[in-house]
Ligand binder design. Structure first.
Ligand SMILES: Nc1ncnc2c1ncn2[C@@H]1O[C@H](COP(=O)(O)OP(=O)(O)OP(=O)(O)O)[C@@H](O)[C@H]1O
Ligand SMILES: [Mg+2]
Length: 268
């Protein structure tokens, strides 16, 4: 089972939109997909299930030691299984903060999950304990970056956390793929796109997700984009992204200049 976390501590860079639509597209390609909503804002859960309330959520996995198989809910519409979240998850860090191994609680349960080709985790916009648990549970990190909000400082901070998690917590996580999202053709965004490509090399997916209002509408209609508007630019983009992900593009190691000492220009 490939384990991919979609993360970036920056808010509003399409982590959730990418998680739910990538999950649905992978399912459409025939893969069995489990999506864990690791954000107390539960935006992935509501994108998929609307306002439904669930008796058990990822909080029960984190705090009450419930196996993932007992918490997962099937969505016919998206063709995937989902471990839902709700606002209660915001209390989980406090409940587990004294525990030994608090950074790897989710990993402990993910290890026993069987029967899926892909596990995707939608991380919250922070670098706290919930995100660290999402990182240690996975071995591939997909970063969504919106060129309009691109900040090298933010990316370096994320890289630092990933490195700390790898070395300090014996995790295999590494930034394996970067997807440019909410792209609008403008001089400034074009420059940011080039800066992202320079920095990350061919870890950046060929597919660029354009700004497309249909994606927001699909979210509000609780449908994957391919069901909401199959002909939209957003639908085409997420279908292409899923094909790239399925091909194992995220596994390309050491791609580009990223991570090689002495090849980065200072002050970028
Ligand atoms: N390509 C797109 N075109 C237009 N709107 C988009 C696109 N991608 C995402 N959005 C919209 O932008 C908003 C933020 O997206 P989303 O919730 O996916 O980001 P996020 O990174 O998960 O945010 P958070 O950090 O709060 O978890 C949402 O309203 C979503 O519908
Ligand atoms: Mg989100």
């Amino acid at each position: 089972m490939r384990r991919i976390v979609i993360a970036n501590q920056k808010g509003g860079v399409a982590k959730t939109t990418t998680s739910v639509n990538l999950a649905a597209e992978l399912a459409r390609l025939g893969y069995k997909v489990l999506l864990i909503d690791m954000d107390p804002q539960n935006s992935a859960t509501s994108a998929i299930f609307g306002t439904s309330n669930f008796e058990y959520t990822v909080y029960d996995v984190m705090v009450n030691k419930m196996p993932i198989s007992q918490v997962a809910q099937h969505s016919d519409t998206f063709g995937i299984d989902v471990v839902p979240s709700d606002i209660g998850l915001s209390g989980a860090p406090m409940r587990i903060s004294e525990q030994i191994g608090r950074e790897k609680v989710l990993f402990h349960y993910v290890r026993n999950v069987k029967g899926y080709d892909f596990l995707l985790i939608d991380a919250p916009p922070s670098l706290g304990l919930l995100t660290v648990n999402a990182l240690t549970a996975c071995n591939e990190l997909l970063v969504t970056i919106c060129p309009e909000f691109f900040s090298l400082k933010g990316i370096k901070l994320l890289e630092e956390i990933v490195e700390n998690v790898r070395t300090g917590l014996e995790s295999e996580i590494e930034i394996c793929g970067v997807v440019i999202t909410r792209y609008r053709e403008r001089v400034v965004t074009n420059e940011a796109k080039n800066a992202i490509r320079n920095y990350f090399g061919n870890k950046v997916f060929q597919t660029i997700i354009p700004e497309n209002i249909k994606l927001e509408e699909a979210h509000n209609a609780h449908l994957p984009i391919y069901k909401y508007d199959a002909k939209s630019k957003g639908a085409e983009a997420y279908a292409n992204l899923a094909k790239e992900v399925a091909k194992g593009q995220l596994k390309r190691k050491g791609a580009g200049n990223h991570g090689k000492k002495g090849t980065r220009k200072k002050g970028r």
